[in-house]
Design a protein around this ligand. Sequence first.
Ligand code: 5GP
Length: 329
Amino acid sequence: MLSQVVELIENKQAFGITTHIKPDGDGVGSSLGLCWLLKSLGKNAEVIVHGDIPFAYRGLPGADDIRQVDEIDADYDAVFVIECSDLQRPGIRGLDQEFTVNIDHHATGEHFGSINWIDATASAVGEMVYNLCKAIGGRVTKEIAECVYMALVTDTGSFHFPNTTDRTLKVASELVKAGVKPAYISEIVYNSYPWARIDLMRQVMGTVHRDPSGRIAMLRQTRAMRQESGAEDGDNNGFVNIPLAAREIRAVIYMREVGDNKYRVSLRSKGDINVSKVAEKFGGGGHKNASGLAIEGDWDEAEAILLSAVREAVDRSDPDWISETPDSE
Ligand code: 5GP
């Protein structure tokens, strides 16, 4: 919990910080924000990751100093593990020998850390890093603010996903006061992709189809599409949300081929449809309206299995949710 994290930071000196492979804006932003906070408190800290940082996050302060490692190769008093469901998610060997601090806003993860600070009410781990900064009496510097804002803006879909709360907006407001230029962060996240993204989007959107009820949309991305477009990890960010723009669509299944008969899958939903429960059935996890998993089989077979599980969740949900929305605003 938070008080244990504060005590640890106050009593120790050398910290590593890591996040999951193929990190998103919350993974990178929260890790860097925490790193700046620790440094501002006079501690030694560095961010270590396995693999590349997606282009969109390379402009963040401190991103150039992120070290890519395959295994722990330095002496740390503790390693912070950001936004990971288990100790394998960072893809770094030797973490199991470290004193680890698990910081996450997903309720579905394992409590693998020596300390576990989980806050499923936080919109992003970035919001938790901000709370930590306040709890430890740190100053929200411009660097911390930019990194944490990146975490918030990406994990809330620019403040329009259901995880956006009054607290999220209050924190965002404080970050802007600390020097963040929202338009600059939005520009580097949303308008700085390579053309390969557009090419891949054209191909993936070309596969869009719906189940017979018209409420569930499905997307497919083959390895060939990715190769032809030249897209990198992260260039497909947000594709899964595109079909949600149609009012009839209640859930989306986005399958990406990653090997022979092997797929990574993203699930999205609206309202009270809980796709994290669906993902958990397949060994995945995430949030009520955004989750992910891995599955094997041929395309049609795997899609049919997923569709049946998602349809059950949609059938259990409130069919009048859309018409009720205006009243609840
Ligand atoms: P995405 O679809 O954007 O990859 O992931 C949506 C959400 O589900 C994120 O919060 C992500 O951390 C979580 N998620 C995605 N894949 C997995 C998985 O295999 N296991 C778990 N536990 N969470 C996942």
